[in-house]
Design a protein around this ligand. Structure first.
Ligand SMILES: Cc1cc2nc3c(=O)[nH]c(=O)nc-3n(C[C@H](O)[C@H](O)[C@H](O)COP(=O)(O)OP(=O)(O)OC[C@H]3O[C@@H](n4cnc5c(N)ncnc54)[C@H](O)[C@@H]3O)c2cc1C
Length: 308
């Protein structure tokens, strides 16, 4: 079946890739509409390296395969480490990149079929006045659930470009939105299917790391997670890019933190000040200020390792 005929057959249907997110919502009754199983096609599975060094990853590629690919690990270590850091080996083996990017919120109010919320056509966010212990620390929109996708935060650090069956060259930022829409987790149109993710070749000498703070050793979404890329030459940060997940309705680029490092010495003092800047623009909820300390700590740890 072609992309066009997929879309035409049921524009309001929900795609199913590996179903690790969707099946749970089907069982609970949160997802009830028609389903379309995404058919495997050569350009949606596996990785392709272009002559100019660009990497293209098919949306049906498994998270485990991305994490295990030695060339991805050598060229984009932040992507490989993010893939290996999420969920469990069993989930990673099945879960796909497209499904990871388009997965729905893990908020327990959203996942409860008996509770209305903004993402299910309701008029307010019950977590805001209820239990939001795992909610956002950057309160940027009406819904207080953090974005669930680890790969989205990593791909934001790499300025990834998304190809869908309806659009070419969609930036990862445009796919995710700015967090002000409480009703969705991404900006895909009905019937729009992610086909491929593109990554430009990184600058010479770049190093990258991913790290998360988590409430148990594995099998849990992060409280805060960070992906950072840096080129450090002659003891100076020549290039820096830092993104964070788990703390806002969309993965965030930590611009104030980057500004505190760009062109500066890779010293303990610069890094400590930059890590404090990771909280810039934060608006914690009554129960989520603790996430900001975790974020600062993870950023500092990642930067110290990159500078070594
Ligand atoms: C214990 C546990 C811990 C986890 N921890 C993490 C974590 O730390 N970080 C993290 O990121 N995830 C985590 N996950 C979630 C897991 O990564 C996702 O369930 C998985 O990535 C979804 O991929 P899938 O292929 O199964 O998607 P599906 O379940 O098939 O689909 C998910 C959603 O994406 C849509 N979709 C799927 N493919 C496409 C496509 N190509 N184009 C457009 N829409 C599409 C579907 O319509 C559906 O709405 C965890 C899961 C479990 C069970």
């Amino acid at each position: 079946m072609t992309s066009a005929s997929i879309t035409a057959s049921a524009p309001s249907a929900e795609f199913r890739a590996a179903g690790t997110d969707l099946s749970e919502r089907r069982r609970s009754g949160v997802s009830t509409g028609p389903l379309i199983d995404i058919p495997p096609a050569p350009d949606t599975i596996g990785v392709t390296w272009d002559a100019d060094g660009k990497l293209r990853i098919g949306a049906l590629s498994s998270i485990a395969a991305i994490g295990a690919d030695p060339r991805i690990a050598a060229t984009y270590p932040g992507i490989a480490a993010s893939a290996l850091g999420l969920a469990t080996p069993q989930v990673r083996h099945l879960a796909t990149l497209g499904g990871n990017l388009a997965q729905r919120s893990r908020c327990w109010y959203f996942r409860d079929p008996h509770i209305a919320c903004l993402k299910k056509g309701g008029t307010d966010c019950p977590a805001r006045s209820g239990n939001h212990l795992y909610g956002v620390a950057f309160d940027l929109g009406p819904c207080v659930a953090p974005h669930p996708s680890t790969m989205a935060a990593a791909l934001l650090a790499y300025d990834a470009v998304i190809l869908t069956n309806q659009r070419q060259g969609l930036s990862i930022g445009d796919l995710l939105g700015d967090g002000s829409s409480g009703s969705s987790d991404h900006a895909l149109a009905p019937g729009e299917m992610i086909r491929e993710v593109e990554l430009a070749a990184p600058p010479q000498g770049e190093r990258a790391l991913y790290k998360r703070a988590i409430s148990r050793s594995h099998a849990e979404w992060p409280l805060a997670e960070v992906c950072a890329r840096a080129v450090v030459t002659a003891g100076m940060f020549q290039f820096i890019r830092i993104t964070a997940g788990g703390v806002a309705p969309v993965p965030l680029r930590l611009a104030a933190c980057e500004a505190a490092l760009q062109g500066k010495p890779a010293s303990a003092t610069t890094i400590a000040e930059a890590a404090r800047q990771a909280k810039s623009g934060a608006k914690p909820l009554p129960m989520t200020a603790y996430k900001l300390d975790l974020l600062e700590g993870v950023v500092r740890d990642v930067l110290e390792r990159l500078a070594r």
